[in-house]
Ligand binder design. Sequence first.
Ligand code: NDP
Length: 310
Amino acid sequence: MEKVKCLIIGSGPAGYAAAIYAARAGLSPVLYTGPQPGGQLMITNDVENYPGYPQGRMGPEMMDDFKAQAERFETDIRNEMIVKVDFTGPMHKAWSESGHEIHAPAVIIATGASAKWLGIPGEKEFENRGVSACAVCDGFFFRKQKVAIVGGGDTAAEESTYLAKICAEVHLLVRRDEMRASKIMQERVLNTPNLIVHWNTEASEVLGDDAGVTGVRIINNQTKECSVLDVTGFFVAIGHQPNTGVFKDWINLDETGYIQAVPGRTFTNIPGVFACGDAQDKIYRQAVTAAGTGCMAALDAERYLVEQGY
Ligand code: NDP
């Protein structure tokens, strides 16, 4: 068993930002990366909207920078996953996949979220070559082009109207005859001239060649009519899954699994356990907002530790 002051779980922008702040505050943080070190940015191409990188930066390179900065202040980074926690007492316990037991009075959860995918042929093959789960990140690469986007919730509504400002034509594929999105968002979708809604429609295959996506095969699930949409971009916006399963017995989650932090703060229902990044944010989900809340979590953890006499 090992005792540390501050344990950080997760290694996206939130986890590394928390580590940089915690390390510089003398908390000697130990950070467990989880199964995808670097988080969602590792599966992104160019990141052009992170302030401070005027020429943009490849997602994986950006995460290398975050990691190097955390290491510069001697964050102890471990390429392992936390598979079990026990938040019963003031000394929080966690276990890694190799069975290592670690105790910490302050724990920062930065486990992020994962985009849900359809699982259709071509989707994985053309990921980052025309297939994306983030319109805000990748829409710009399809300016003046035709794209398709799948989903019927607020994310799909928001992302399709966002894409419509950049792209020549946007085809929104909704699997039912109505959208789940809020009324106001639906109105925005229906009032956008270059945004065409295909009701009762599902994507069955992403088509492409060496240069990337060339189209998507669609099927009307009522008439069973099949056709091909000629598009160069294919966006999936059917929701995200927060990576919070390991905490569900201890931390208050909402009905979709997101951590319910105190609004505007990083406190969870357990004193000494703080949440940041996409694991607690279903609205903004940007690298810069994740990093911002990571900083907040480290500051909250530091103050908590001082109050507790550490
Ligand atoms: P939701 O779970 O709300 O919606 C997912 C959508 O994807 C549904 O329309 C669903 O269809 C569809 N879908 C799911 N699986 C498939 C599939 N295999 N094939 C085709 N379609 C599929 O997720 P969102 O990400 O849209 O929103 C999550 C939460 O975040 C919501 O509470 C939302 O209100 C909130 N949010 C708020 C925003 C804001 O306020 N600005 C912006 C973005 C999100 P079906 O309806 O048939 O189940």
